[in-house]
Design a protein around this ligand. Structure first.
Ligand code: S3P
Length: 169
């Protein structure tokens, strides 16, 4: 069985928090590709970026997504940049991909100082702004369902995802 839901969206969209609630609601497991990459590499995402570079991280991430799509039957959350990879975008087609949309203000609030997120080093708000502008069309292109998260509680977002995916043919 493929994943019941695959959550995509930028850092600060709430993928991990919402994913956990959704998994609990459905009584299924929750898996997160950042976590899989860290387990495989034996170090944090931050350390992989610093020691080995972003390209190496992206290669590990591509493999982690492909494995998780094949193995995981519950809720799967992808790292914010996973959809940049063309092979990953192809692999996602046909899956119940949910884009958690978030605006600059809420994303900035949720990531705080951006600790542990190497791509936000420097000016967190302006980095998020650029990433949102560059990536929103990509998230939209892979998503079966788009859910707005601004100003909403994680439980409410999870409930909307469940209802909308349950309605899908
Ligand atoms: C990244 C998002 C992070 C993590 C890495 C790069 C990105 O995941 O994969 O720091 O490119 O947006 P989260 O979206 O889970 O924070």
């Amino acid at each position: 069985m493929p994943p019941r839901a695959v959550l995509v969206g930028p850092m600060g969209a709430g993928k991990t928090t919402v994913g956990r609630i959704l998994a609990e609601r459905w009584d299924v497991g929750m898996r997160d590709t950042d976590h899989d990459v860290e387990a495989e590499a034996g170090k944090s995402v931050q350390d992989i970026f610093v020691d080995d570079g972003e390209a190496h991280f992206r290669a590990l991430e591509r493999a982690a997504v492909s494995r998780a799509l094949a193995e995981h039957e519950g809720v799967l959350s992808l790292g914010g940049g996973a959809v940049l990879d063309p092979e990953t975008r192809v692999a996602l087609s046909g899956h119940p991909v949910v884009f958690l949309r978030v605006g600059l203000a809420d994303a900035s609030k949720r990531v705080g100082l951006g600790q542990g997120r190497p791509l936000l080093l420097g000016n967190v708000r302006s980095r998020i702004k650029t990433l949102l502008e560059e990536r929103t069309p990509i998230y939209e292109s892979v998503a079966a369902v788009v859910v707005d998260t601004d100003g909403r509680a994680p439980a409410e977002i999870a409930a909307e995802i469940a209802t909308r995916l349950e309605e899908q043919p």
